[in-house]
Design a protein around this ligand. Structure first.
Ligand SMILES: Cc1ncc(C[n+]2csc(CCOP(=O)(O)OP(=O)(O)O)c2C)c(N)n1
Length: 371
């Protein structure tokens, strides 16, 4: 294992002191160490991984120094375009150190959404002509090698980081002004949603919905538990809502909302009255370690309104969820923003049905509900 703080300190020693990225569960300890030790100005938690490449490129243009971009390998997809059409040697030649969490590494057990990504991670880097090293305990030499490569070739270079590489580092999570937990909010919502359909976001939201249904002995056919494709939950729900009479409730997270916010303009201007948007805002990427988002700093309601949503409700308690729900249900282009604190059960499991089983159950349940 690598001592997290020593790794971080060594990056600083090489003058690699500007960090930007999207947190990852596998890089949880490193992200926590960066969040704890870096000034806000030198650690930007980006909306998505492509944004992170852009920000790091801008940093280089004004300082001549490479930035450090952290991401889960799922985020490579978001980063491909700016890596190839901005940073590459055929375009502007912009060096940066990519720290990539290696979920789904072949031979290591992982969740279905990480399998394919893990299989192709190294091949993707090779196809993009990005030099990479798989991080090892001789990390100082590896960082030196990356540093020298960036100096000589002015190119992005990657350190691919396996599961359990870093020692524990606990993030000091600031106190939340809210009392409700995400799981309490979900239980309340599931009671109210009844026989309608749910499309839930990646991370613990979908895991909690699965376990609530299990505990109640209900099936999973009314839920699409989006395990991957972070930031696309609302688009999936919107696409689904176009051809069904049923109400489709998208239950999203703030990190996911922020990742691909542009999609909401398209949704608001095309959705029918059966598309319902619920955002659980805990101001954090809670599922991967609790690193802050700008969820509490931006006015989500005004943003949704600006895109064309009409009736924005807010709730901080179960009672407020209940009292606004009828309006959400009955009004076209209505949204509900629920403010919660961070935290989840320590024994929270994962869906025991496969994504394909979930898909089949859902499609079966939707059959006969066409508009
Ligand atoms: C493209 C991509 N980047 C990063 C991740 C890792 N990831 C999984 S869940 C999550 C946090 C989601 O945050 P939010 O939507 O606010 O929900 P919360 O976990 O707070 O409930 C992240 C960053 C991912 N799955 N996909």
């Amino acid at each position: 294992m690598i001592d997290t703080k020593e790794f971080y300190d060594y990056l600083l020693k090489k003058d690699l002191s500007f960090f930007v990225g999207v947190p990852d569960s596998l890089l949880k300890n490193l992200c926590a160490c960066i969040t704890d030790n870096c000034s806000k100005k030198n650690n930007i938690i980006a909306a998505n991984e492509g944004n992170a490449i852009g920000i790091s490129s801008g940093y280089y243009l004004s300082t001549g120094k490479p930035g450090v971009v952290y991401m889960q390998n799922s985020g490579i997809g978001n980063a491909v375009n700016p890596l190839l059409s901005l940073a590459s040697d055929e375009v502007y030649k912009i060096p940066m150190l990519l720290l990539i969490g290696y979920r789904g590494e072949p031979g290591i057990k992982d969740e279905p959404q990480h399998k394919k990504q893990g299989e192709v991670t190294l091949a993707l880097l090779e196809a993009m002509d990005i030099k990479y090293l798989v991080l090892d305990t001789n990390y100082k030499e590896q960082i030196d090698e990356c540093y020298n490569y960036m100096k000589e070739y002015e190119q992005p270079v990657a350190l691919v980081i396996r599961k359990n590489t870093f020692t524990d580092y606990k993030l000091s999570i600031s106190n939340s002004p809210y009392e409700l937990t995400r799981e309490e909010a979900l239980k309340t919502l599931i009671d109210l949603i009844g026989n309608d359909f749910i499309v839930s976001t990646t991370g613990k939201t979908s895991r909690e919905i699965f376990e609530i249904r299990e505990a109640r002995g209900e099936g999973h056919g009314n839920d699409f538990l989006t395990v991957g494709s972070m930031g696309h939950t609302a688009s999936i729900a919107f696409g689904m809502s176009l051809n069904t009479k049923k109400n489709i409730y998208c239950i999203d997270g703030d990190g996911s909302f922020i990742m691909h916010t542009g999609g909401f303009g398209i949704i608001a201007n095309n959705a029918d009255s059966n598309f319902k948007y619920i955002l659980i805002n805990n101001g954090a990427h809670e599922s991967v370690g609790g690193q802050p988002t700008v969820g509490f700093d931006i006015n989500v309601g005004k943003i949704l309104e600006g895109f064309g949503f009409k009736n924005i409700y807010e709730a901080k308690t179960k009672e407020e969820i209940k009292s606004s729900f009828l309006n959400l249900k009955n009004e076209k282009l209505a949204c509900l923003i629920i403010y919660t604190k961070q935290g989840s059960r320590s024994d929270l499991g994962r869906p025991t049905i496969t994504p394909i089983e979930n898909k089949k159950m859902l499609m079966m349940a939707l059959k006969g509900e066409e508009k």
